[in-house]
Design a protein around this ligand. Sequence first.
Ligand code: SAH
Length: 339
Amino acid sequence: MATDLPGPHVLRRMVDGYEVSRALHVAAALGVADLLGDGPKPVGELASATETHAPTLYRLLRSLASVGVFAEDADGHFELTPLAQYLRSDVPGSMRGWAVWLAQRSTWGMWGDLMHSVRTGQPAFPAVHGTGVWDYYAQHPEENTVFNAAMTGGSRAQVDAVVQAYDFSGIDTLVDVGGGQGAFLSAILTAYPAMRGVLFDQPHVVTGAPVVLGASGVADRCTIVGGSFFESVPADADAYILKWIVHDWDDPEAVTILRTCRRAIADTGRLLLVTRVLPPRNEPHPAKFTDLLFLVMYGGRERTAEELERLLAGGGFQLQRIIPVTEERGESVVEGIPI
Ligand code: SAH
């Protein structure tokens, strides 16, 4: 954001931020960037392929071109720019799944009632949609598919960084607790050919796992288990990893999940959280806003190092180390051992 503009203009850009966001979501949901993968196209062709109103699609793409996403060439054809590349589906670092998820009605609706969360401290999602996120997704399989794709895309984007930052050697069996459809676990198992994996998530989520694990060639080293981490997780593994889990929950629920892991883990085992760690006060950090995302969505929260230490202690673990993973997304691996 340009800071040489007068204050009111800077603030106006911030206030209007969701206009850019919304335009990006629509372009992502329509798959415009994928259609441009093999070169520039006239807007009429894009409109036919996306079943949209051509003059209005033009206005959408023109607005995005003004912020560097897509560009209109001298012939009036649209093309990809370096930023627009990341709206394609199958490129490393793709943001498409995330952009589509943020676009879908249930996500948009919960953000629309941030005020409810700020007034009450409670998540907006159930207030808006009548039920919590996980039940809602169980009842809306299409939206659940979009959510899972957003998580899978996000996992792929950072998995290399996690594998590089953390030394998983010495782990015989790793349980990925709330592991979605297994994209993250697949990548770890690929990097550690002797390791065995257990993918654990809700039954309706793990139904999509065999395809993901099969595509990575690790299916024969991985067991898939459906269940709830509020009841039990597969026992006796030497390491349990929870990526993007504890921030979904407020402290009482997060502690319950950790206690469930504590009951299952060997005394010599280790617990690994992949999560963002909130820096103090004014320091800019992605977690400052994902904290609000988890608030409106689940009543969850991001945590400081001290809060994570307390959370682990409540679950029966001692914080050992915090290993930073990605600078730009502010992820870390938080390592704990059973007390
Ligand atoms: N670890 C994955 C997914 C994070 S999203 C990743 O990093 O991509 C949070 C996950 O928690 C979802 O996959 C969701 O299905 C799972 N989850 C939510 N409630 C659960 C429960 N009670 N038991 C097990 N998994 C649950």
